[in-house]
Design a protein around this ligand. Structure first.
Ligand code: NIG
Ligand code: FE
Length: 420
C-alpha cells in the first residue's frame, strides 16, 4: 500500500467530526456519518474527507491508489481507554467460584483475584510476560483497536511494577499501535504491607513514583478506590503525589460500592473516573461540572457475574462525557471493543451512536489524545478501520463475531482479512 491512498464507497463513513474534546449529552449521538463516504490519506495523516464523488473529483487525477470499501463501514480505529493488558497467567478457574456465588471481592480477599495474578506476574520470566501480553495485543488489533491504554498493577513492588511499564514501552516499540501507559501501583495493598496500606502508600510515593517519573514510564496514575482496598483519603494522597510529578490522573471509582470516588475524581481534576457502577448523585453532578470523563467497562460486571452495570444512559443525560474500554484483565479477558459496544447498548442503555462515540472520540479524550485520534478529520492520524456491515447499529447488534476486515494505523494496513 502506498503512502498516499483514497478509501472510497464506504456504506457509512463515520467521521465523528466536531470539537476536539470529549462529547457530551446529544453531541454523543452525532457521528457525522457520510453515506457513500470517502477519504484521502497522505503521509499517515487524513487530508480530506467527503462523499466519494467529491473525493474522486479532488484526488483521482493524481493517480493515487484507491481502496474500495465496497459498502462497508469506515470509521476511526477504536481507542480502548482502560486495560490491564500486561500480566502473566490466567484465572479461568474463578468462573466456577463465581458461578457458585463468590463475589469478586471475596475471591480477592481470600488471596485470589488480583493477588493470584501478582504471584504469577512476579514469577514470570520477562520473555513470558512480554509474549503473553503481545498475543493479546495482536488480537486487540485484529478487533480494531489502534490506541490502547495499559496499566501496571500486578507487581506492587518496585521491580515488577517498573518491569510492567517497561514491557508496555517495549510492546509500543514492537507493535504498530499507540499505547498509553498508566502506573497503577495502588491496585491493591502489596502482600508485604498487608494491613498497612498507609505504609505501602508512602513506599509508592517515596520509592517508586520518583523513578517512574524520572524515566517517563507512565503518563497517567490510577488508584483502585474501593471499600476494602484504598479509601478516599489514601487515594487522594497517591493521586496528588502523582500530579505533583506531572502525571495525569484516573481513578477506579465506585466499581463495587459507593466509595465517593466520583467526587474525588472531580476534586483532583482526574481526566477520567472508571467503572462507576455505583456513583452518588453528588459525584455524578461534580463530574459533569468538571468535565471528568466516565470510562465505563461493561465487560467487568459481565465477567464477574454481577448485575451491577453502570447506568450509561443516566450518566450521559446528566452531562457526563462517557467513554468505553474493554477492561481486559485476568478476571475479564475481553479483547474486543465491538463486544464492549454491544454490552454498552444491551446492558447500560446506551444507543449505538453513543456507544460508537464512547469507543472512539471520548475514549481518545480519556487517554489525552483527543487532538490526534478518535475522529476522521483533516490533520488527524490515519487510524482507520473497516467493518463488514452496512450501518453502525450492526456493531452492537451482531455480537460475538469480529466484523473488522481491515485495520489501518497511521496510513499503514496492519491487519486484513477477506469478508466472509
Ligand atoms: O478494573 N478493579 C480493579 N481492577 C481490575 C481487575 C483486576 C483483576 O481482577 O485482576 C478491574 O476490573
Ligand atoms: Fe481496571
Amino acid at each position: 500500500m502506498a503512502d498516499d491512498f483514497l478509501i472510497v464507497h464506504a456504506s457509512e463513513l463515520l467521521t465523528l467530526r466536531g470539537p476536539r474534546r470529549a462529547r457530551q449529552k446529544t453531541e454523543m449521538s452525532e457521528l457525522g456519518a457520510i453515506p457513500d463516504g470517502a477519504l484521502a490519506v497522505s503521509g499517515g495523516v487524513i487530508i480530506d474527507v467527503g462523499r466519494t464523488d467529491s473525493i474522486l473529483r479532488g484526488h483521482a487525477a493524481t493517480g493515487v491508489e484507491q481502496i474500495d470499501a465496497d459498502g462497508k463501514i469506515v470509521m476511526p480505529g477504536f481507542v480502548d481507554c482502560h486495560t490491564h493488558l500486561v500480566y502473566a497467567g490466567s484465572r479461568e478457574f474463578e468462573l466456577e467460584l463465581k458461578a457458585k456465588g463468590k463475589s469478586y471481592m471475596q475471591i480477592m480477599q481470600e488471596g485470589g483475584g488480583i493477588y493470584r495474578t501478582v504471584r504469577d506476574t512476579r514469577a514470570a520470566p520477562w520473555k513470558d510476560l512480554f509474549h503473553q501480553s503481545a498475543k493479546r495485543l495482536e488480537s486487540m488489533i485484529a478487533h480494531g483497536s489502534t490506541t490502547v491504554e495499559v496499566k501496571s498493577g500486578y507487581g506492587l513492588d518496585k521491580t515488577v511494577e517498573i518491569r510492567m511499564l517497561e514491557t508496555i514501552r517495549r510492546l509500543a516499540e514492537d507493535y504498530p499501535v499507540t499505547l498509553v501507559p498508566t502506573y497503577l501501583g495502588a491496585h491493591a495493598v502489596a502482600p508485604e504491607y498487608e494491613g498497612k496500606p498507609d505504609q505501602y502508600i508512602d513506599f509508592m510515593i517515596d520509592e517508586v513514583m520518583p523513578e517512574i517519573s524520572k524515566r517517563k514510564l507512565a503518563q497517567f496514575c490510577d488508584v483502585f478506590c474501593e471499600k476494602g482496598v484504598f479509601n478516599v483519603e489514601q487515594a487522594r494522597k497517591v493521586l496528588l503525589a502523582a500530579k505533583s510529578l506531572g502525571m495525569k490522573l484516573k481513578i477506579h471509582a465506585d466499581e463495587l460500592s459507593s466509595s465517593r470516588g466520583a467526587e474525588l475524581a472531580a476534586e483532583v481534576r482526574a481526566v477520567s473516573a472508571e467503572h462507576l457502577a455505583k456513583p452518588s448523585d453528588d459525584g455524578i453532578m461534580a463530574m459533569a461540572r468538571k468535565d471528568v470523563i466516565g470510562a465505563l467497562l461493561p465487560a467487568t460486571p459481565y465477567s464477574s457475574m454481577s448485575k451491577d452495570y453502570a447506568d450509561g444512559r443516566r450518566l450521559i443525560d446528566l452531562g457526563v462525557p462517557v467513554a468505553l474500554g474493554t477492561d481486559l484483565n485476568p478476571n475479564c479477558w475481553n479483547e474486543s471493543m465491538q463486544f464492549t459496544i454491544s454490552l454498552a447498548c444491551h446492558k447500560m442503555r446506551m444507543t449505538p451512536a453513543e456507544a460508537v462515540t464512547a469507543a472512539t472520540m471520548n475514549a481518545a479524550a480519556a487517554v489525552g489524545l483527543e487532538k490526534r485520534v478518535g475522529s476522521l478529520e483533516r490533520g488527524k492520524k490515519a487510524d482507520i478501520i473497516m467493518l463488514d456491515a452496512p450501518t453502525h447499529a450492526h456493531i452492537p447488534y451482531r455480537f460475538g463475531t469480529n466484523l473488522c476486515t481491515r485495520v489501518i494505523k497511521e496510513g499503514k494496513t496492519i491487519w486484513e482479512r477477506e469478508p466472509f
